[in-house]
Ligand binder design. Structure first.
Ligand SMILES: Nc1ncnc2c1ncn2[C@@H]1O[C@H](COP(=O)(O)OP(=O)(O)OP(=O)(O)O)[C@@H](O)[C@H]1O
Ligand SMILES: [Mg+2]
Length: 281
């Protein structure tokens, strides 16, 4: 669905994105995961035809970016990281305006209802909270049932229950067959939602795989156990594959002295740090 071949781009004389190639399959949720300033939004802007001046070949839904026309925007939906809405118009007026740009569109009251904004339909966007703006910005991208959805930090600034609502809608869109590009620095969102994730740092893709493969093949699972020694609580952490040979653990088990034992798989953040040497936040 998306093909990027040998992409290069810079904002200044210093090269930023270089030698970047990847593909996104139809119906996949593909994540750009990286810290602030990594180049996630830049990549999204290139893929959506908003940032000219790149070299290499980029195509989205069989459209070559650079030669795209207005009809390209009928097939893609974009939620920018900063809500792009008319502040003086109400929620419904905003959605009606953007809907008028497309040949057909989804029912506006039901879209508002999906993100819990039905009671705010006639309120001016200037009176919306940050999270309300994020939610209306999100449903704006779904208005015309696009084949490809670009979501830049769709849960940013949302409370946990609204973030859950948005993530469920993202999964519903995937179930319908929509291809989704999701930009995030949230490892939990990336782990839960994405079929594959690209780790991005300084404009470069440092790793690309399924969250499961990244976690299981790159990081070691650990076991942490606690026990009392000379009246004080002690703990030990060992790699999962050393539990059978760890003498302290064997002794504690033999004498029923184990207080607690937990296993912990590395998180996507641990793997991100291991591969890139950088933290996500
Ligand atoms: N219009 C611009 N002109 C010059 N430099 C820019 C421009 N937009 C972004 N940059 C620079 O490009 C780099 C990547 O920015 P980008 O917005 O793509 O990062 P990001 O990964 O989306 O970060 P965040 O998580 O904070 O949204 C940053 O160093 C930024 O300063
Ligand atoms: Mg960004």
């Amino acid at each position: 669905m998306i093909c990027v071949n040998n992409l290069a781009f810079s904002y200044s004389k210093i090269p930023f994105i270089e030698n970047t190639s990847f593909e996104v399959k139809s119906g996949e949720i593909f994540g750009f995961l990286g810290p602030s300033g990594a180049g996630k939004s830049t990549l999204q802007k290139i893929l959506t035809g908003l940032l000219p001046g790149f070299s290499g070949a980029v195509s989205v839904n069989d459209t070559k970016i650079g030669r795209h026309t207005g009809t390209f925007y009928e097939q893609i939906g974009v939620a920018f990281e900063f809500p792009s809405l008319y502040e003086k118009l109400t929620a419904t007026e905003n959605l009606r305006f953007f809907a008028s740009l497309y040949p057909t569109h989804r029912d506006i009251p039901s879209l508002l209802g999906m993100v819990g904004l039905e009671r705010d339909a006639n309120k001016k966007v200037s009176d919306f909270s940050k999270g309300m703006k994020t939610r209306i910005n999100f449903i704006k991208a779904l208005l015309h049932s696009p084949r490809v959805l670009f979501l830049d930090e769709p849960t940013s600034g949302l409370d946990p229950s609204n973030a859950r609502v948005v993530k469920n809608i993202v999964l519903e869109e995937k179930a319908k067959g929509t291809t989704i590009i999701l930009t995030t620095h949230n490892m939990y969102d990336a782990t839960e939602l994405c079929d594959r994730v690209a780790f991005i740092v300084d404009g470069k893709i440092k790793a690309l795989d399924t969250p499961h493969n990244l976690i299981m093949t790159r990081g070691a699972s650990n076991v942490r156990y606690t026990f009392v020694e000379n009246g004080t609580e002690e703990y030990r952490e060992i790699p999962m594959d050393r539990t059978s040979t760890d003498e302290t653990l064997a002794d504690l088990v033999r004498h029923d002295r184990l207080m607690s034992i937990h296993s912990g798989e590395p998180t996507l953040n641990d793997v991100f740090v291991e591969i890139t040497g950088r933290h996500l936040v």
